[in-house]
Each structure stands twice: as C-alpha cells, then as structure tokens.
Design a protein around this ligand. Structure first.
Ligand code: ZN
Length: 307
C-alpha cells in the first residue's frame, strides 16, 4: 500500500461528540479532557462550536473553553463557526483556525442550518472577512459528502461546484464529512481521487463515521490515496443525528492503533490516549463504541499467573 509515513489526527470529540450530549458537561470537565488529549500528543483539535446557546446549549461555554485550555504553540485549536456572530466570538477567543460548514445536499443543508446551499455560501463571505481581519485561517467542511440520508448519492459534479466556491472564498483546506456513515471504500476512492485531480495540492481532509461498521475500512482506503488528515473522536463519541443509537465518528484511539500498526507515525502516545477515552466514557456515563480502550493494544500482554 502506498500509504503516507505520518498522518495528522484531528480530534473532533469535544465538538462533534459533546454537542450530541443532552446533559450539560461541566466546563472544567471539558477543559480537563481537551488538556489530556493535548498531553497525549494530539496536535489538532476541534474544541468547540461558536453557535448560539439557544441552538446548542452544550456549546454555550465555547469562549471559556478556548480561553482556559492549554495552548502550546504546536497545537492547533479550531472551532466551528456557523455565522458572523460566531466568527466574531471565535476571533475574540483567538482560536487558531475557524471551520465553516455546509452540506453537499440541499435537503441536509436545509435540515441542518435551515438555508439553501447558496444562502450558506453567501453567508460565508462575512465570516471570511472577519477571519481575515483577525488573521485566522478558515477551513471548510462539506457534510454528507459521501451520501445524503434524504437524497442518496452525491454527484461529483455537485461536490466540485461546492469546492470551487469554497476555494474562491479563500478557505485553506476542505474536509469531506461522512456525516451519516454512507461512505464505502469505492465511494471514498472515486470522490477523493476526483477532487485531488481537480485541485492538485489541495489540503483534503476526511471525516468518517462508523455508522455501518466500515469506518476504519474507509480510513484505510483514504490512506492508500495518500490522504494525511483524518478526523475522529475519542472513545468514538458522537452519533448519527438521523439514527438514534447509531455509532458516530470513527474512534480516535482505534484509528491511532491502526496507524501505528501500519507504521504510520502520529506523534500520539496510544496508552495515554486510551486513558483519556476511558475517562470520557466515565464522564458520559454509558458505554462508548471505542474498541481498543476495552481490549488494550495487542502487545498489552496479560499475566499468565493462574487465579
Ligand atoms: Zn462527525
């Protein structure tokens, strides 16, 4: 396999995972978890979302979280920014990067942000202006890029049109999201190859879910295409908004385990990361989908002693 020597793991649990939790997670607990993730060696974290507290009460402490977490120079802290107000708040909190997002299908975008794709795109202009003024880079996330639960397959044409517009706006990178777990290795290959061909040098990230049990298979496929930016969430936090009880994001420590066993460096201490995952499970108060945190790494040997 023609895989890269190293990969960047982008931890999205504190945003993508926590925002699905109904019970408010104390701000200090969020900070403690993000700090522990940083200490385990994760270098890029989507820490929160600067969204209206009415829309997502769980994210109401966005500024406080960003202000109080560790901010080592080599760690890149990002936040999701849905509108100009969020952009102002994120700029004030001095995030390292902002993320804007839309869906590849009209119906999912309507359901998610109650706008047409065109309305979303024109709304980004003001966010870009705010970010530029503050000197903060912006990256774009395209949700349901590998399939929409309302419309089915997404045409490459549509993805190209959205990517064109995003790049015109001046985003530094694009991440394709498999929001409801509809990606398959063949779709991942077709889609990523097509975008990489159209935009040579594009910083293309991928955000896969394990909704149907093939999240890591899709990760493996993306690796073989040379992608190096992978989003995941610790302990497998998160869910699928349209399928209650379904598994969410690819699990960070499971993915890191795979990378290390493939000889791909991440700079992450897996055993420290497993401790964070177990802590997250305690905080959430129900079993989470991560596998390696339950079994340990393959060479975490067991005592042979009987009894
Ligand atoms: Zn996700």
């Amino acid at each position: 396999m023609n895989s890269p020597k190293s990969a960047t793991v982008v931890e999205v649990g504190p945003r993508d995972g926590f925002q699905m939790e109904k019970r408010f997670i104390e701000t200090d607990t969020k900070i403690e978890i993000i700090n522990a993730l940083i200490k385990s060696g994760i270098k890029r974290i989507e820490a929160t979302s600067f969204i209206s507290p009415r829309a997502i009460p769980q994210m109401r402490d966005a500024s406080e979280v960003v202000n109080k977490i560790l901010r080592p120079k080599d760690v890149f802290i990002e936040a999701l920014v849905p509108n100009p107000k969020g952009g102002e708040d994120a700029a004030q909190a001095r995030v390292d990067g902002m993320r804007i997002f839309l869906s590849a299908s009209e119906s999912h975008n309507r359901k998610n942000v109650n706008r047409t794709i065109e309305e979303s795109l024109s709304g980004f202009k003001e966010i870009m202006r705010i970010a530029e003024k503050a000197g903060i880079p912006v990256a774009a996330d395209i949700a349901v890029a590998f399939g929409c639960p309302f419309e089915g397959d997404i045409s490459l044409d549509r993805l190209h049109r959205i990517a064109d517009r995003m790049l015109e706006l001046g985003v530094r990178g694009i991440t394709l999201g498999d929001t409801t777990g509809m990606a398959t290795p063949l779709i991942v290959r077709k889609t990523c190859e097509s975008l990489l061909k159209a935009y040579p040098g594009l910083a293309l990230g991928i955000h896969l879910h394990n909704t149907r049990g093939i999240g890591l298979v899709n990760v493996y496929e993306a690796l073989s295409l040379g992608l190096t930016n992978f989003e995941s969430s610790v302990a497998g936090l998160g869910g699928c908004p349209f399928a209650p009880g379904a598994t969410g994001n690819v699990c960070t420590e499971d993915m890191v385990y795979l990378f290390h066993e493939l000889g791909i460096q991440t700079g992450i201490d897996l055993s420290e990361l497993i401790k964070v995952a177990r802590k997250v499970e305690q905080v959430i108060g129900r079993p989470l989908p991560g596998q390696v945190m339950k079994a340990g790494a393959r060479l975490d040997l067991h005592s042979f002693a009987i009894g």
